[in-house]
Design a protein around this ligand. Sequence first.
Ligand SMILES: NC(=O)c1ccc[n+]([C@@H]2O[C@H](COP(=O)([O-])OP(=O)(O)OC[C@H]3O[C@@H](n4cnc5c(N)ncnc54)[C@H](OP(=O)(O)O)[C@@H]3O)[C@@H](O)[C@H]2O)c1
Length: 221
Amino acid sequence: MKLTIFAATGGIGRQLLEQAVAAGHDVTAVVRNPQRLSRQVRAVTADLAAADPALLESAVAGADAVLSCLGPRSASQAGIASRGTRAIVEAMQATGVRRIVVVSAAPISTVASPGRPRPPRHDPGDGFLMRNLLAPLTKAAFRKPYADLALMEDVLRDSGLDWTVLRPPRLTDKPLTGTYRTAYGHNLRRGLLVSRADVADLMLRVLDQPQTIKQAIGIAN
Ligand SMILES: NC(=O)c1ccc[n+]([C@@H]2O[C@H](COP(=O)([O-])OP(=O)(O)OC[C@H]3O[C@@H](n4cnc5c(N)ncnc54)[C@H](OP(=O)(O)O)[C@@H]3O)[C@@H](O)[C@H]2O)c1
């Protein structure tokens, strides 16, 4: 497939780039600094905080799918996930590209946003400890990044595109297993961790699975 990968120099992005190239896909990488790319692929340099729409359109035009691992490098950069994803979506709408897969986070199922002002109080996949201790603590600690990711999900739901959102719990740098668990629309019981490599694996896998379109998918090792 012809794939455009945004944030291919990040933790998940690097894994995704390696796996996509190894699988024989034709990859265009949109990054802030192409010198940090681990592979020689077609590179487009763009800062998604203020990207030129024409440049993004040229990066996605003709792609079979767009994959984004975009997220803030620090809490102070929260806002980039929704802003950058909006720019990506607009480029796709302008060029007629329909399929997009992005990385969100497990707690977002219960985070309110303008498009989803009354989300469920608890995620049906979360157990007692997660509902009553861990989820409230992480949501308090990461309030801004989570609000940004919830808004990013709004942008996708409103886009009319064929989107899939992956909602991983805490990310690790452990190796690819390919044996992670997934669930449509909710988190996984005792699913506290998942490797970046496994998230990247699922990003590629869902491209062959039309049933994942317009779905938020929980993933955990
Ligand atoms: N950490 C966790 O445990 C966890 C858990 C669940 C979900 N998540 C979500 O998963 C996302 C991806 O995780 P990760 O470990 O791959 O994150 P990461 O290593 O911090 O990667 C973030 C990527 O976003 C890019 N980026 C940031 N601001 C940008 C901008 N203005 N323009 C263009 N690109 C920009 C970065 O580009 P550069 O390479 O140029 O910096 C980097 O490639 C996180 O951001 C978070 O939203 C994280």
